[in-house]
Design a protein around this ligand. Structure first.
Ligand code: F0G
Length: 426
C-alpha cells in the first residue's frame, strides 16, 4: 500500500491515491498529490536523477519517470511511457535579440512524442488510470491535451473520449485526435463549456477524467521544471516564463519549484511569469487587482490553445504566482504572432500559444520587470506543425507583416528560377 494521498485544497480532507474522483468527493474542490518525502535530498537526490541521464531503455529513460521519487513513487509495473520528455533547451541569438533579453533559453516542449508538453502529464494520468483499472478515459481540450490523451490511450489499449470546441481547434491537433482513434466530439460551444460537459459526463459514465483538474496530470508536468533545472546543472534561472490558459501548467510549475526547494534540489526560487493572450486574460485581470477576485471572460484569441475564459486551476495558479513572487501579464495577438514568426524563422518553430511566452518576456523586459542581463527560460509548449494554418494566414496578411515569407509561383523553367533568385531579397 503506497502512502500517496490526495489532499483537497478547499476543505482539507484527504483521500487515498486509489480514489478515482478527480475532484474532492466532499466539496468538489481541487486535489493535490502528497507523496512520501524521498529518502534522499539535496546533492544525493540530484545525483540519483543525474545518474539516470544515461539510461536508454525502460521507464527511467523518460524525462518524466527519471524523477519518479517526486512524481509518482511506486507506480511500478503500471507505468505507461512513450518515453516522453528529454526536450532540448535551446539558445537563439535572433530570438534573444528580438525579445531584448540577452540570456534567454527556450525549453522546447514541442519535442515531446505528440508535439506538446501534455505528454508529460498524460504519461502519469494514463498510468494512474491503469492503476485504478479504469475502462475508459476522457478530456475536454483545445486540442493538445486531447491529442496526447488519444495517443496514450491507444498505447494503453483504452477507449478515449475527447470534447473539443467546434471550429476552434488547430488542424494538426484535430488530425491527431482522429488518427490516434479518439471518439471526438465537436461541441457547439467554447472550451470552458466543453470542460463542464466532460466533468459531468465522466462522472455519469464512469470514465476517468484526464484534464489538468486531475492532480496526477500536474505531477507529470512538474518535470518540465525539474528537467530544465537539471539541464542547467541545478543552477536556477532568474525567471521561468510560460503561456497560461487553463492554468494547469502554472500550478504544476509552482508545485515543482516549491518541492525542489523543499528537497534542496535548488537553493533559490526562480520567479514565474505567466503570459496570457490579451483576448483571453482572466488570470491577468485577477493579478492586476492583487487576486482580490476571480474573473471570467468570453475568450477571443488566435492562439486557440489558450482561448480559455474560466481557467480551472485558478486557485492553484494563484498560489504558484504568490509562492514564487511571480507575475502575470498579457500580449496581444499581433505581438504573439510576431514572436512566433521570429521563433519560426530562427529554425526553432512553435505554435502561437507558445510564442506568447517569448512575446511576454519581451514585454516584461521593456517594462523593466525582467532585467536585461537576467537569466530567463521561456517554455515553448507546442510544435510548429500543430497549427500550420496560422503560418499561412500570417504570411498572407496585407500589408505583409514583419518576417513575412511568401511562396512564389513560377512556370517550370530555369529562367524563372534565376529571375526569382536575382530579385532583391525581402
Ligand atoms: N500552450 C499550449 C500549446 C497548450 O496547448 C496549452 C493548453 C497551454 C499552453 C496552456 O496551458 O492550460 O496548463 O495553462 N492547452 C489545453 C489543451 C487547454 O486542451 O490542450 P495551461
Amino acid at each position: 500500500m503506497s502512502a500517496i494521498r490526495q489532499l483537497c485544497a478547499s476543505c482539507g480532507r484527504d483521500s487515498p491515491d486509489t480514489d478515482p474522483h478527480t475532484r474532492c468527493a466532499h466539496c468538489g474542490g481541487l486535489l493535490a498529490i502528497e507523496y512520501p518525502a524521498p529518502l534522499l535530498a539535496g546533492p544525493a537526490l540530484r545525483a540519483v536523477f543525474d545518474a539516470r541521464l544515461g539510461v536508454r531503455r525502460g521507464s527511467l529513460a523518460s524525462g518524466v519517470w527519471r524523477f519518479t521519487e517526486v512524481v509518482l513513487p511506486g507506480a511500478g509495473e503500471h507505468v505507461l511511457s512513450y518515453p516522453e520528455g528529454n526536450t532540448p533547451l535551446l539558445a537563439s541569438r535572433a530570438v534573444a535579440a528580438w525579445a531584448g533579453v540577452d540570456d534567454l533559453l527556450l525549453k522546447h516542449e514541442g519535442h515531446n512524442p505528440t508535439g506538446s508538453f501534455k505528454d508529460r502529464g498524460m504519461t502519469v494520468g494514463v498510468t494512474q488510470a491503469r492503476r485504478l483499472a479504469m475502462r475508459a478515459v476522457a478530456c475536454a481540450s483545445t486540442g493538445n491535451t486531447g491529442a496526447s490523451l488519444a495517443a496514450y490511450a491507444a498505447l494503453a489499449g483504452l477507449p478515449a473520449l475527447v470534447l473539443v470546441p467546434r471550429g476552434q481547434v488547430a488542424l494538426g491537433k484535430l488530425a491527431q485526435l482522429l488518427a490516434y482513434g479518439a471518439r471526438t466530439l465537436l461541441v457547439r460551444g467554447n472550451f470552458d463549456r466543453c470542460l463542464e460537459l466532460a466533468d459531468e459526463a465522466s462522472e455519469r459514465l464512469g470514465v476517468y477524467l484526464l484534464n489538468s483538474v486531475n492532480p496526477f496530470r500536474l505531477e507529470g508536468q512538474k518535470t518540465i521544471v525539474l528537467e530544465l533545472l537539471q539541464q542547467l546543472g541545478w543552477q536556477p534561472p532568474a525567471w521561468i516564463v510560460l503561456p497560461a490558459g487553463n492554468l494547469g501548467n502554472t500550478a504544476a510549475f509552482g508545485k515543482a519549484l516549491e518541492e525542489a526547494c523543499r528537497w534542496r534540489l535548488i537553493a533559490r526560487l526562480p520567479r514565474l511569469a505567466a503570459i496570457q493572450a490579451a483576448g483571453a486574460a482572466p488570470f491577468a485581470l485577477s493579478f492586476r487587482d492583487g487576486f482580490a477576485q476571480r474573473h471570467r471572460v468570453e475568450p477571443h484569441t488566435v492562439a486557440t490553445a489558450i482561448n480559455i475564459g474560466n481557467p480551472a486551476s485558478y486557485d492553484r495558479a494563484v498560489r504558484a504566482i504568490q509562492g514564487t513572487n511571480g507575475v502575470v501579464t498579457t500580449v496581444t495577438d499581433d505581438e504573439l504572432l510576431e514572436a512566433k514568426a521570429v521563433v519560426d524563422a530562427a529554425g526553432i518553430g512553435c505554435e502561437p500559444a507558445s510564442a506568447a511566452a517569448v512575446a511576454g518576456a519581451r514585454r516584461l523586459g521593456r517594462e523593466g520587470v525582467i532585467g536585461r542581463g537576467e537569466h530567463v527560460v521561456a517554455v515553448l509548449t507546442g510544435h510548429l506543425l500543430k497549427d500550420p494554418e496560422s503560418v499561412t494566414q500570417y504570411q498572407e496578411r496585407e500589408p505583409p507583416p514583419p518576417h513575412a515569407n511568401r511562396p512564389v509561383e513560377i512556370d517550370a523553367r530555369l529562367a524563372e528560377v534565376e529571375r526569382v533568385m536575382s530579385a532583391r531579397p525581402r
